[in-house]
Design a protein around this ligand. Structure first.
Ligand code: ADP
Length: 245
């Protein structure tokens, strides 16, 4: 137990350090992106191509700092009752832009709403991280299925499956560890699934994974359904002081 708490503390200070750097870095990136936007109308077509590259790289860097900030929980978050089904439906279009034309993204779910207590932005982040990982696992294309449903019990379930490369047992054992990645340094941060795990745990949910090398991977997330009579007013991350009953 002592070893675990030392480890937890180390992770926490690492998170704080990363959060501090990410915050300052994010401000610098905003400046870079702004000036790239100003210039894009003023330069020759050749220059425009180079500027687009600068923009893309800065965009990627901003995604990274965003992940770091989320992981380090530097931003205050608001928890509200959101319909998981609607989040998935609405994100579909945006997510389609994050994947190549060789990948088919299928969204399905039952018509009933699935109200959960969560931060909307965090749910978007979960979907994005899972979809980007699925995309990276399918360089030659494939299918991603995003599904929401209500299994027996008081949970909403989100399932994201891909027909990608799958994982070995070694990778599967470590994939929720912060900074664990099998991707090249300029592509992977190892923060995606650690962040997903943290968000799901904070929301009182569970995440599990099934994966076979060469066949594909399925992530399943359970989030407690919001009680029908629950107070719908937004509250802060540490939840309401009083239960509902
Ligand atoms: P990153 O994507 O930056 O590497 P993650 O924490 O999101 O960090 O993922 C950690 C590792 O888990 C990835 O490097 C990859 O090896 C593995 N992984 C995650 N999702 C999938 C997937 N859908 N298919 C195959 N491997 C995956």
């Amino acid at each position: 137990a002592i070893e675990r708490s030392a480890r937890a503390k180390r992770m926490e200070s690492l998170g704080q350090l990363a959060g501090g750097v990410a915050h300052d870095f994010n401000n610098l990136l905003a400046i870079i992106l702004n000036y790239a936007d100003f210039l894009i109308d003023e330069v020759t077509p050749e220059g425009r191509k180079d500027l687009a590259r600068i923009r893309d790289a800065a965009d990627r860097a901003r995604d990274l700092t965003g992940q770091l900030l989320l992981f380090a929980k530097r931003q205050p978050t608001q928890v509200e009752t959101v319909d998981l089904k609607e989040v998935v439906d609405c994100s579909g279009e945006l997510l389609r832009r994050s994947i190549g034309a060789n990948i088919q993204l299928i969204c399905r779910g039952q018509p009933e709403p699935l109200p959960v207590r969560a931060n909307r932005g965090h749910l978007d982040q979960i979907l994005l991280n899972l979809i980007v990982n699925a995309r990276d696992a399918m360089p030659d294309g494939g299918v991603i299925v995003m599904e929401t449903d209500r299994p027996p019990g008081d949970n909403a379930r989100l399932t994201v499956s891909d027909t990608g490369c799958g994982m070995t047992a070694e990778v599967r054992d470590r994939l929720f560890e912060p900074f664990f990645t099998t991707k090249p340094a300029d592509q992977g941060t190892g923060l995606g699934l650690a962040t997903v795990y943290g968000i799901v745990a904070d929301a009182g949910g569970q995440i599990s994974v099934d994966s076979s090398p060469g066949v594909g991977t399925t992530f399943r997330i359970l989030l407690p359904l919001a009680a029908e009579s629950a107070d719908r007013a937004p509250d802060t991350d540490d939840g309401p002081a009083h239960g509902h009953g």
